[in-house]
Design a protein around this ligand. Structure first.
Ligand SMILES: [Zn+2]
Length: 173
C-alpha cells in the first residue's frame, strides 16, 4: 500500500497501489500539462486549466495522480490553491472521509461530502465546491480571515456558505 502525503492539508492517506506526485510550483501550467500528456495518453482531468491542476494518468496497473500549481506570490492564495488540489486527490481516491473527520474534530464543522455530489453524474462544479472545503479547512487552520481572499470564484462562496451553515456551535453575536 502507498501513502499520499498531502502537505498543506496535513493528511496522509492510503491510496492502494496508486501513486501520488506533488510536482510543486511550475512556470507554466500549459507546458507542464503537455509534458504529462505525453507521459499518460489516457488522462483523467479534474479541472480546467487554471492556477492549479490535478491530473490523473493510468500506466500499467497504477493510477498516477499529479498536482501542480503556479506561485501566486501570496501565501494565502498559494495555501488555497494547493489545499484545493490536494482535496481533489482525496476525492479521486475516495478518501474525503479523512477530511470530514479532521474538520469535525479540529473545527467542529460537520461536513457531508456526499451531500455535495449529484447522484449520477458528478459534475465539475460539485467537485470544485468539495475541493474548496479542503481549502477553507487549510486556511482556517492557519488563522486566515477568509475575507482577505480576493477574486474567489462562485464555488468558493458556495463552499464557504456550506461550511458556515454546518458549524456545530453557532455564535449568537
Ligand atoms: Zn479544482
Amino acid at each position: 500500500m502507498f501513502i499520499a502525503r498531502l502537505k498543506v492539508l496535513g493528511i496522509n492517506a492510503l491510496i492502494g497501489f496508486n501513486s501520488y506526485h506533488d510536482d510543486g510550483y511550475v512556470d507554466s501550467i500549459k507546458k507542464h500539462l503537455s509534458r504529462l500528456n505525453k507521459k499518460y495518453p489516457n488522462q483523467i482531468n479534474w479541472n480546467e486549466p487554471a492556477i492549479g491542476m490535478c491530473i490523473g494518468g493510468k500506466r500499467l496497473f497504477r493510477t498516477h495522480i499529479h498536482i501542480f500549481y503556479l506561485d501566486q506570490k501570496s501565501d494565502i492564495n498559494n495555501i488555497r490553491t494547493r489545499a484545493h488540489e490536494e482535496t481533489h486527490v482525496l476525492d479521486y481516491f475516495d478518501r474525503l472521509d479523512i477530511l470530514e473527520k479532521i474538520i469535525l474534530l479540529e473545527q467542529k464543522v460537520k461536513i457531508n461530502f456526499n451531500e455535495l455530489r449529484e447522484d449520477n453524474d458528478d459534475c465539475l462544479i460539485d467537485r470544485q465546491v468539495r475541493a474548496e472545503l479542503g481549502a477553507i479547512y487549510a486556511l482556517k487552520t492557519r488563522g486566515v480571515n477568509l475575507n482577505d481572499l480576493k477574486n474567489c470564484p462562485e464555488y468558493f462562496d458556495f463552499a464557504r456558505e456550506y461550511y458556515e451553515k454546518h458549524k456545530l456551535e453557532k455564535k449568537t453575536t
